[in-house]
Ligand binder design. Structure first.
Ligand SMILES: [Zn+2]
Ligand SMILES: [Zn+2]
Ligand SMILES: [Zn+2]
Length: 227
């Protein structure tokens, strides 16, 4: 994204100088920090970014500033379903829409000229004069989808596949044995050799491990994301 913070900061100073609001330098520090991110930040995110930049202001003051940035056209306040309000940088003359992951709250921006044109056309076909719109599409991001991949026992994985350990059945004994080999839920395993009987040879980090078929049946895995 184009970094024109300086221009925007000057613009903001000019706009609020006449409003005779106090704490001008602090407000400018807050807008600077805000303009430095292109994320959709909550008040908590902003407090964190300010802290990282070495500033310590009261949340109420920061919230008030963010709302003022909104009134002056530097920020846009968005409240996605089920989330705390977020603020994002408002780029004049540019429009985008959002995908919102309902599982991890991730927000993905998109813009599509064809869809924008289609919306205008549908409106005009109905004799409607469109002024503005927001499109919010709710669903699951690719990371959250990957976690929903079906589970299977490790013993079913095919040679060459990369799988992620998700769960272990068989209680503490199994867990302890796996832990002693350094295997934990969330670890990736590369199936080096599984011929359907006997032991499996798997790659774990830079080590090759031999796992008995019995224990391999108790480790539940899902296929890793292909990339
Ligand atoms: Zn749009
Ligand atoms: Zn997600
Ligand atoms: Zn956005």
């Amino acid at each position: 994204m184009i970094k024109n913070n300086h221009v925007e900061k000057t613009n903001f100073r000019l706009l609020i100088e006449n409003d005779s609001v106090g704490r001008m330098e602090e407000r400018l520090n807050i807008i600077d920090t805000f303009l430095n991110t292109e994320e959709h930040v909550t008040l908590e995110n902003m407090m964190q970014l300010l802290k990282e930049a070495g500033y310590d202001y009261e949340p109420d003051f920061v919230r008030q500033c963010l709302n003022r940035f909104g009134e002056h056209g530097f920020a846009q306040k968005k409240t996605f379903d089920g989330q705390s309000p977020r603020y994002e940088h408002r780029h004049l003359g540019k429009h985008h829409d959002h995908f919102i992951c309902t599982k991890c709250d991730k927000i993905i921006e998109f813009d599509n000229d064809e869809m924008e044109r289609l919306q205008l056309k549908i409106a005009s076909d109905l004799g409607f004069h469109m002024l503005q719109h927001k499109m919010e599409i709710y669903g699951l991001c690719s990371d959250c989808m990957a976690q929903r991949r079906p589970l299977m026992p490790l013993s079913m994985a095919k040679s060459g596949e990369v799988v992620v350990m998700r769960d272990m059945t068989g209680g503490r004994n199994v867990r302890t044995r796996l832990a002693s080999m350094g295997l934990r839920s969330g670890d990736s395993l590369e199936i080096i050799n599984n011929n359907g009987q006997g032991r499996l040879i798997v790659g774990h980090g830079s080590t090759r491990l031999a796992l008995g078929r019995g224990i391999a049946q108790k480790i539940m895995v899902s296929l890793a994301k292909p990339d």
